[in-house]
Design a protein around this ligand. Structure first.
Ligand SMILES: [Zn+2]
Length: 306
């Protein structure tokens, strides 16, 4: 059970990413058959949270970012020339091969920035994806990854150090602005991620998006993929698109057209001058735990596979 011995800082870090779906996450494809039978009523997070290794299957994402699983996921090596995986006790450094490849590529780009040896990499997915016992609504199909915004000054952290070191917040004024930790390197690394054709979306706090909008003097098209969202000031969240031809993987609707800078500025304005609460707003609906019956039928086979 060592994977659940998380410190308070980790819990805070995790909760910051639990809403990582961003606005307007609707499933576009018709849903595929769901798990049926006795298994269908079991809580999916208990089953997927107990998996220690990936399935010996062809790589595939089944379902959507917040309701699915991953077959044939591979483990990001704990340490590479330009990265370290953090919080190893969580065993969430598993993703589809495209995700692991993307992270390795991005870390090489990051290592060209002054003061950056590469990247500290946070959660990707569980070994077979699926819902988690703690944190994250998404990260279920091996195509989401959290990247720390703390510049790695060394890449020889021990396992213990990787449990205990925290990332660093880049925000001030509740996310309306970046603070003085934010650098041009953050801009360059997030820009490189957003410009990668494998990437569908990036979530980061509103003040960072506005800062990037204001600082960008060149091509602005990549800004469309950068989506302001709650939390995400210790790390940014990269969401890859379903790889071409991967049937059963459900993409999110693309972001709205345009660079999204006006919307991000509007969010910032609301942080600074919150509108009065709407007395007619419905109370938030409690989120029901996902059962196996909520997941695509293939997810039962992913669980059962060697
Ligand atoms: Zn995330």
């Amino acid at each position: 059970m060592k994977r659940f011995s998380l410190g308070v800082a980790v819990a805070v870090f995790l909760s910051a990413c639990s809403g990582g779906d961003g606005p307007g996450n609707t499933e576009t494809a018709a849903s595929s058959p769901r798990v049926s039978g006795v298994l269908s009523t079991r809580e999916a997070k208990q089953l997927f949270g107990g998996m220690d290794a990936g399935s010996l299957q062809s790589p595939a994402a089944y379902g959507s970012y917040s309701k699915g699983c991953a077959a044939g996921a591979v483990q990001l090596p704990e340490t590479g020339p330009t990265w370290q995986a953090m919080r190893l006790s969580r065993n969430r450094n598993w993703g589809l091969p495209v995700t692991v490849g993307f992270l390795q590529d991005l870390s090489r780009i990051a290592a060209r920035e002054p003061g950056w040896e590469g990247l500290y990499l946070g959660d990707i997915s569980q070994p077979r994806g699926g819902p988690m016992l703690t944190g994250h609504a998404s990260h279920q199909i091996g195509l989401d990854a959290d990247i720390w915004m703390r510049a790695p000054d060394r890449l020889n952290l021990s396992r213990t150090e990787r449990e205990n070191i925290s990332s660093i917040s880049m925000r001030r004024s509740s996310g309306a602005f970046v603070n003085d930790r934010w650098t041009r390197s953050h801009h360059n690394i997030i820009k490189a991620a957003a410009s990668d054709p494998r990437v569908a979306r990036i979530f980061v706090f509103p003040g960072a998006k506005v800062q990037m909008c204001n600082d960008e003097t060149g091509d602005r098209s990549y800004l469309r993929k950068i989506r302001p969202w709650y939390g995400h000031h210790y790390h940014f969240h990269v969401r890859l698109a379903c790889p071409p031809g991967m049937r059963g993987c459900v993409d999110q609707d693309p972001p709205p057209r345009g660079d999204g800078c006006a919307d991000a500025q509007a969010w910032v304005n609301n942080i600074l001058n919150p509108p009065p609460p709407d007395p007619n707003a419905p109370p938030p609906r409690p989120r029901r735990e996902l059962t196996m019956g909520d997941l695509p039928a293939q997810c039962a086979a992913v669980l059962a596979s060697n």
